[in-house]
Design a protein. Sequence first.
Length: 144
Amino acid sequence: MKSVSLKFLQKDKNKVAERGRLPGLYLVLALLWTSCVADPNVQQEPMTVNNFIISTVLWFLAGLGIFWALVLKPQQIEQARKEEALNSLKKGVRVLTSGGLYGKVVEVSKEEIVVEIARGVEVKFHPEHVQPMAIPNNKGKVLK
């Protein structure tokens, strides 16, 4: 592979150096160019098992860890919060349904929740479609 010089970047770098800074685009291009073009005079050592583990497996594990921290953990926290809210439902608690109806819980069972949305009007909902309404008071506590 033939070595390529970076003279075109050097000219622009000198122009920008007069202003006192190197633009980020040129810096990124220079870093990408130098990392992609291998020097033909440098003898590269063959990949050993340790190099493979470090360069492949550890990066894969790091990616999994980041995915867990950014995607899976927040989902687990949200699921636990929803289960706690469903377990706290009892008769008389004000709720908001997924359809946007407000009401009070009349009856709670594992399969359905009966909500009174107006006087004498009771509607059955699946527990996943009902969430308790938290009404903050002036002291920072939550009233239900």
